[in-house]
Design a protein around this ligand. Structure first.
Ligand code: NAP
Length: 247
């Protein structure tokens, strides 16, 4: 679906929450969803970055987004419940979620993984995503046809030396997706993973500092798969893990 050609009205009238919407792939996804008709809820920890995405969407004549400043590191289930109530009060439902926010942590030998860093990576990449999804389910079930996209990685499917903490968080992401997809099969909601593949962002530069960024796909290049999974053309797709850049 990396060559999916989305109609410009694909996401008309859909309300979509994007986590990590201030930078990298999340920022591009928010702008792309808005350009295809969605009203976006921009969640992230750096308000100035979220405001810049908000300004870009409004300048491009997209629907006015909402901003949710939230650091997944400190957020608790009650924060997510409050957020869900606000979404229901304001929009009546939620049509889609892109779980995109993550951190890489430091790459290190498994024996050297720092306990605090393990906690932080799991809190941001896994626990926050789990508690948020639990809280959002009532809003998602109010939608006619909801799509929840989790962000995985190739190291979430096959482990790799020195990538322990991040890789395990992504294996767990695949497990969360598969569990939910099975629990909610034949319902009005579907759950899938997306693997962006090597993409030109700050996280990629942190992982591969010696790489020439110009050799990589940009976040914009990989948007067809995101649009496909968020729009109704993928209504029958549930429990899949799709690659934006298949080998
Ligand atoms: N780029 C790649 O090659 C690649 C490959 C495979 C998978 N992925 C996955 O794709 C997703 C997006 O990655 P990316 O490359 O776009 O990364 P990125 O440029 O580093 O962006 C990550 C986003 O997540 C946000 N975030 C991080 N910690 C947060 C927290 N505690 N609370 C709220 N928001 C937080 C960041 O906010 P700030 O801007 O405020 O820091 C940023 O907006 C991630 O799930 C990543 O694992 C990326």
């Amino acid at each position: 679906m990396n060559d999916y050609n989305a109609p410009s009205n694909l996401l008309n009238d859909k309300v979509i929450l994007i986590t990590g919407a201030g930078d990298g792939i999340g920022a591009q996804a928010a702008k792309t969803f808005a350009a295809h008709g969605a009203t976006c809820i921009l969640l992230g920890r750096t308000v100035a970055k979220l405001e810049a995405v908000y300004d870009d969407i409004v300048a491009a004549k997209g629907a006015e987004p909402a901003i949710v400043p939230l650091d997944l590191k400190g957020a608790t289930p009650s924060h997510y419940q409050q957020m869900t109530q606000t979404i229901i009060d304001q929009f009546g439902r939620l049509d889609g979620v892109l779980h995109n926010a993550s951190i890489l942590g430091h790459l290190s030998a498994f024996k050297d993984i720092d306990a605090q860093e393990w906690q932080d990576v799991m809190q941001i990449n896994l626990n926050g995503m789990v508690y948020m999804t639990q809280a959002l389910l009532p809003a998602l079930l109010k939608a006619e046809n909801a799509s929840v996209i989790f962000t995985t990685s190739s190291v979430g499917r096959k482990g790799r030396a020195f990538w322990g903490t991040y890789a395990v968080s992504k294996f767990a992401t695949e497990g969360v997706m598969q569990t939910l997809a099975d629990e909610y099969q034949n319902k009005s909601i579907r759950f899938n993973c997306i693997n962006p593949g090597a993409t030109r962002t700050s996280m990629r530069a942190q992982a591969f500092p010696a790489e020439t960024p110009e050799t990589l796909k940009t976040p914009e290049d990989i948007m067809p798969t995101y649009l496909y999974l968020m729009g109704n053309d993928s209504a029958d797709v549930n429990g899949e893990s799709l690659d934006c850049q298949p080998k």
